[in-house]
Design a protein around this ligand. Structure first.
Ligand code: MEV
Length: 451
């Protein structure tokens, strides 16, 4: 197998040679593939170089649409949300929710806490646990003192190490212990800061163990040092509320009936994991689009949100609703570990644009904006699901994707969009409409377009 498409030292080749090798080995029409890759290069060489250097083996760029949802009111401040996302209806749904809530006081959000966590995972093979506890107590202060230089700048900004603990996990795995650090990383996401400290802690642990009179080092073995992307204490809450009578459904449905149905829909997601996953996926549509647009780590945010959703042992909705005394309240609590400095925030031109668009929020404000965006997205989805059904809005937006796949002309698109103004498009009836407008049969469509 090694001779076909196998290469050693790919990363050492020049960008040109990488592309040459790639298209010669994997593509039928090398000229076309080469043109395609090149067509996605930035025409400013410096900007392209920046992108090339974000990761290894860059051969081109991968575009995502960058859309705007205006009129988004959070804590009395108006925002235009930058959203990087490919799914057709997400920006439209966000804009709709923004317009709905801007007339009802907007989103109220607050950060509950900002703590981040990291661990030195290690094995201790001793038998008398009090020895290890005593050893830890003796050296605990060193974890602060001997990382002074690393934490200096962060402390000036109001952050640093909040706590260091010895954790016994030997109930889960024989001889498994941790040094657990709790950190405040202010406006940075903090991964590099935390990991640097943890690696220093591992050195301290090993070094001090060698000097311990109880020769504790014979029993200590570092497994790894890494921050945890599970940050249940880096938590933000966002809420909307209004009198039930002003809760228009956007349909003929009575406001009370709509509220009742909405509450039931949220309850389904609170108790039924199959529904909860989809419900939370809808929340993450809004969250991820902003997390990506602001240059944050959406994989970390996703992993954490879902672990948080399952924190009591059952996967549940991240959002909740209550109707009490004629008032509808809808809220979300979600852990969001975000940065507004560091990473690619000051490098990627579009990320910089997003931060400027949002008025250069600090990490707390960004958490509040993004939690609100998740709630807004969830509100829009539930509103559609409990009234018109999701396909009406979704397929309206997806219609253009199908028409683009069919290579419809602008005139054909306009005619077909007009045709669907009072109908719900589906894949099949869009093909029918296209055939009708172009004056061809379905057989001919299959023959010419394979659809
Ligand atoms: C689709 O991307 C998201 C929804 O499925 C969310 C939901 O069902 O709540 C519409």
């Amino acid at each position: 197998m090694k001779d076909v498409g196998y290469i050693q030292g790919f990363s050492k080749l020049s960008k040109e040679s990488k592309i040459e090798w790639l298209i010669e080995n994997y593509f039928d029409d090398p000229g076309r593939s080469l043109d395609l890759l090149r067509s996605y290069w930035h025409n400013d060489v410096a900007v392209q170089k920046l992108h090339d250097e974000f990761i290894e083996n860059t051969v081109s760029n991968y575009y995502m649409p960058y859309g705007i949802a205006p009129n988004f009111l959070v804590n009395g401040k108006m925002y235009c949300l930058p959203m990087a996302i490919e799914e057709s209806s997400v920006v439209a749904a966000m804009a709709k929710a923004a317009n709905f809530w801007v007339e009802r006081g907007g989103f109220k959000a607050r950060v509950i806490s900002m703590k981040k966590i990291g661990h030195v995972h290690f094995v201790w093979r001793g038998t008398d646990k009090s020895e290890l506890q005593q050893f830890f107590a003796n050296i605990q202060q060193r974890f602060f003192d001997e990382t002074d230089d690393i934490t200096h700048n962060m402390r000036l900004r109001g952050g640093g190490i909040l706590d260091v603990e010895l954790i016994d996990r030997s109930d889960l795995e024989p001889n498994y212990y941790q040094i657990k650090g709790t950190f405040e990383t202010c406006d940075s996401m903090g991964a590099n800061f935390i990991n640097t400290i943890l690696e220093k802690w591992a050195e301290i642990l090993e070094f001090q163990a060698q000097r311990d009179p109880a020769l504790i080092d014979r029993h200590i073995e570092i497994i790894m040092c890494i921050l945890s992307n599970y940050t249940p204490e880096c938590l933000v809450r966002a809420e909307v509320s209004c009198p039930v009578e002003s809760l228009t459904s956007g349909t003929e449905m009575d406001a009370n009936d709509f509220a009742e149905k909405f509450v039931r829909a949220v309850h389904c997601a609170e108790i039924e994991p199959y529904r909860a996953v989809t419900h939370n996926k809808g929340i993450m549509n809004g969250v991820d689009a902003l997390v990506i647009a602001t240059g944050n780590d959406f994989r970390a945010v996703e992993a954490c949100a879902h672990a948080f959703a399952a924190r009591d042992g059952r996967y549940r909705s991240l959002s909740h609703v209550l109707v009490e005394d004629g008032v509808f309240r809808f809220w979300i609590e979600i852990p969001l570990s975000l940065g507004t400095v560091g990473g690619i925030t000051s490098l990627h031109p579009m990320v910089k644009f997003s931060h400027e668009l949002l008025g250069h929020p600090n990490a707390e404000e960004l958490m509040e904006i993004i939690a609100s965006a998740g709630l807004a997205q969830n509100f829009s989805a539930l509103r559609s699901l409990t009234t018109t059904g999701i396909q009406k809005g979704h397929m309206k937006m997806h219609l253009l994707n199908i028409l683009n796949q069919l290579e419809a002309t602008q005139a054909e698109k306009d005619q077909i969009i007009d045709y669907f103004r009072d109908k719900v498009p589906s894949y099949q009836n869009t093909l029918d409409a296209f055939c009708m407008v172009r004056g061809i049969s379905r057989e001919e469509l299959v023959r010419t377009k394979g659809m």
